[in-house]
Design a protein around this ligand. Structure first.
Ligand code: GDP
Ligand code: IMO
Ligand code: MG
Length: 424
C-alpha cells in the first residue's frame, strides 16, 4: 500500500497550502518540497503565532515528520540557514529531521541581484518577481552552468565553477567578490553539511516501506512555467509533474492529489487576472482579508472565484479533491460571484483555458451569483454550524467544478477547519 499524497496550489499561489500541509502532516512521516525556492511564503500558525516558511516544508512543526528539500528546488543557503535559526528560536529543532538533496541548485547573492536587474522584459515591463534569485538560478541550471549542493562539498574546484557561472552573465556589471561569497558559504555549509544527502533513495525507500509521504507544492498551477500565464509565471513546475522531476519519485507512486484554492482568487505580481474585483471594493476586501504577500509584503490583487482556471488546474494536476480556504473572508458580501466560463468580446464561448496571456487578459467572464451571509464564520469547524448561504455557496462550487471539498478552512489556525473525510 502506498500512502502518498500531494498538496498543490490551483491558481497563482498563496492559496493556503502551508496551513493545509501543516494540518495533514500531523499524520505524515515525511513532507517534501519538490520545486521553487524562497519565493514561496507558506504561513503556518504555531502556538497562535504566524510563522512564514520559505523553503523548509510546512511539516516541520509536527515533530515526528521528517522534511525533505528535493532536487527540483533551488536553495538560497543564507536564507535557509536563517530559517533554521528562526525555527530554533521557536523551539523547533530540524536536527535529524531535515534532508536536503545534493542535486539541488544553489542560489548565490549575485542571482538575487540578477533577478532584480533582469525582470523587465522588453515591451512587457516588469514581471513583479519576488527578487529571490529563483529565475536566474533555474536559468543557470538549464544552461548547465549552475552550481549544485554537491559542488559545495568539494571546495577545490568551486571557485572556478563560480567564475565560469559568472562569465555567462551579461547583466552583471558590479564588482563581485567571489572569495568573500565563498568564505560565507563555506561557513554555512559546515553548519548544514549533515543535512545534505541523496534524497532520491531516501524518499523511494520510505514510500516502499509504506511510510506516509506528503508532497508540498509551492506557487500554483497558473504560475507554472509550462501551464501558467506565461511569461507572468515562476521558473519551475508547481504542478504534479514537478514532483517526479523534482524528487525522483515516479508518477506511479503518487496516489492522491489535493488541490488548494481560496473561496475567491488572488494574485501577486503582474499578469492577467480575469475575475479581478473593481478597485474600490478590492481595496476594502484586501484589508479585511489581509491579502498581503508572505514573502514580499506586497498587496495581492483580489477577485471572484474562477471556476475556469480551477477546472483547468484540476485537469492538469489530476486533482481528486479540493481544500477550500478563507471562506470566512467572504462574510458580509451581499452577492458573491463565481466565474463559470469565459467569452470573447464578441460573445463567443472560449472552450479551453487560453494559453496566450494577451488572450486571457481580454476574456469576458460569465458569472453565476450566490447569496452572501452576514455572520462571522471564522473558526467554525462543523459544516452544520455554517450559515445556510455559506453551505449553498460551497455546494454550488462543488457542483460547478464536479470535485468534492475534503477540507474547508475557516481561519488561519489549525482548529479553524472542517475536515469532511479522513485524509490518511
Ligand atoms: P500558501 O503560500 O499557499 O501557503 O499561502 P500563504 O501562507 O502565502 O497565504 C495564505 C494566508 O491565509 C496566510 O496568511 C494564512 O495564515 C491565511 N489563511 C489560511 N487559511 C485561512 C482561512 O481559512 N481563513 C483565513 N482568514 N486565513 C487563512
Ligand atoms: P507561494 O508558494 C504567490 C509570483 C511572483 C511573480 C512570479 C514570478 O507562497 O504560493 P519568481 O520570484 O517566482 O520568479 O516570481 O511568481 N510568485 C508567487 N506568487 N505565491 C508564491 O508562492 C509565489 N512565488 C512566486 O509574485 O508574479
Ligand atoms: Mg504564499
Amino acid at each position: 500500500m502506498m500512502n502518498t499524497l500531494a498538496v498543490v496550489g490551483l491558481l497563482w499561489g498563496d492559496e493556503g497550502k502551508g496551513k493545509v500541509v501543516d494540518l495533514i502532516s500531523k499524520k505524515a512521516d515525511v513532507v517534501v518540497r519538490y520545486q521553487g525556492g524562497t519565493n514561496a511564503g507558506h504561513t503556518v500558525y504555531y502556538k497562535g503565532k504566524p510563522l512564514p516558511l520559505h523553503l523548509i516544508p510546512s511539516g516541520i512543526f509536527n515533530k515526528k515528520s521528517k522534511c525533505v528539500i528535493g532536487n527540483g528546488c533551488v536553495i538560497d543557503l543564507r536564507s535557509l540557514y536563517e530559517e533554521i535559526l528562526n525555527l530554533k528560536k521557536e523551539g523547533i529543532d530540524v536536527k535529524g529531521r531535515l534532508f536536503i538533496s545534493k542535486r539541488a541548485h544553489v542560489t548565490f547573492p549575485y542571482h538575487i541581484e540578477e533577478d532584480k536587474k533582469t525582470e523587465k522584459i522588453k515591451g512587457l515591463g516588469k514581471l513583479g518577481t519576488t527578487s529571490r534569485g529563483v529565475g536566474p538560478t533555474y536559468t543557470d541550471k538549464y544552461a548547465r552552468t549552475g552550481i549544485r549542493i554537491a559542488d559545495l562539498l568539494y571546495p577545490e574546484g568551486l571557485e572556478a565553477l563560480v567564475e565560469n557561472n559568472l562569465k555567462t552573465k551579461k547583466v552583471m556589471d558590479d564588482e563581485i567578490n567571489i572569495p568573500s561569497i565563498l568564505e560565507e558559504y563555506r561557513t554555512i555549509v559546515s553548519e548544514l553539511r549533515e543535512y545534505f544527502t541523496d534524497t532520491v533513495f531516501f524518499l523511494n525507500n520510505e514510500i516502499d516501506k509504506g511510510k506516509r509521504v506528503l508532497f508540498e507544492g509551492a506557487q500554483g498551477c497558473l504560475l507554472d512555467i509550462d501551464f501558467g500565464t506565461y511569461p507572468y509565471v515562476t521558473s519551475s513546475n508547481p504542478t504534479v509533474g514537478g514532483i517526479c522531476t523534482g524528487t525522483g519519485v515516479p508518477s506511479s507512486k503518487i496516489k492522491r492529489v489535493i488541490g488548494v484554492a481560496k473561496a475567491y482568487s488572488t494574485r501577486v505580481g503582474v499578469g492577467p487576472f480575469p475575475t479581478e474585483f473593481d478597485k474600490g471594493f478590492q481595496e476594502q476586501f484586501r484589508e479585511n482579508a489581509h491579502e498581503f504577500g508572505a514573502t514580499t509584503g506586497r498587496p495581492r490583487s483580489c477577485g471572484w472565484f474562477d471556476a475556469v482556471g480551477i477546472r483547468y488546474a484540476c485537469m492538469v494536476n489530476g486533482v481528486s479533491s479540493i481544500a477550500i480556504t478563507k471562506i470566512d473572508c467572504l462574510s458580509g458580501i451581499e452577492t458573491i460571484k463565481v466565474c463559470i466560463d469565459y467569452k470573447t468580446k464578441e460573445g463567443k464561448q472560449i472552450q479551453s483555458f487560453p494559453s496566450y496571456s494577451n488572450e486571457l487578459s481580454k476574456v469576458v467572464p460569465t458569472y453565476e451569483e450566490f447569496k452572501g451571509w452576514e455572520e462571522d464564520i471564522r473558526g467554525i469547524n462543523k459544516i452544520e454550524d455554517l450559515p445556510s448561504e455559506a453551505r449553498d455557496y460551497l455546494k454550488g462550487l462543488e457542483e460547478i467544478l464536479n470535485v468534492d471539498f475534503v477540507i474547508i478552512s475557516t481561519g488561519p489556525d489549525r482548529d479553524a477547519t472542517i475536515v469532511k473525510e479522513k485524509i490518511w
